[in-house]
Write a new protein. Structure first.
Length: 135
């Protein structure tokens, strides 16, 4: 069975969610480099991220499922579609790490000087159309 990398991820959690989605559709898949990225996220750049691999036979079906999952609109706990309050667009980033404001700037400076990850950021939604950040 020849394996093909179908998608790469920045963190193992997102990779496992997509792997679970594919396995639910009876597609056998594997994650590569998840442990090294989980141990030290800086190695993500070195190894090329967490790789989701599927069999060449299941490639088309898996690509369709991944595309549907990525393009589906985000919903809240009640099942309502999340829209941008500024432009009403449904095309938004989820879990965007924002460093806007004085705390964010100070955090960026301290992180740069100490060569560590940012010590302060807010996780928000960000509209892909207008750039508005909201909770």
């Amino acid at each position: 069975m020849e394996l093909v990398t179908i998608k790469t991820f920045d963190n193992p959690i997102e990779a496992h969610l997509m792997k679970s989605k594919l396995e639910n559709e009876n597609i056998i898949c594997f994650l590569f480099d998840e442990n090294i990225v989980g141990l030290n996220p800086l190695y993500n750049i070195t190894v090329g991220g967490v790789k989701l691999k599927v069999s060449k036979i299941d490639l088309d079906e898996a690509a369709t499922i991944i595309e549907e999952t990525i393009n589906s609109p985000l919903t809240n706990d009640q099942g309502n579609i999340i829209n941008c309050p500024n432009c009403q667009s449904e095309d938004i980033y989820s879990g965007f790490k924002s460093m806007k404001g004085a705390r964010g700037i100070l955090s960026a400076i301290v992180s740069f000087l100490l060569m560590v990850f940012p010590i302060y950021y807010k996780t928000v939604y960000k509209c892909k159309s207008c750039g508005n950040e909201f909770k």
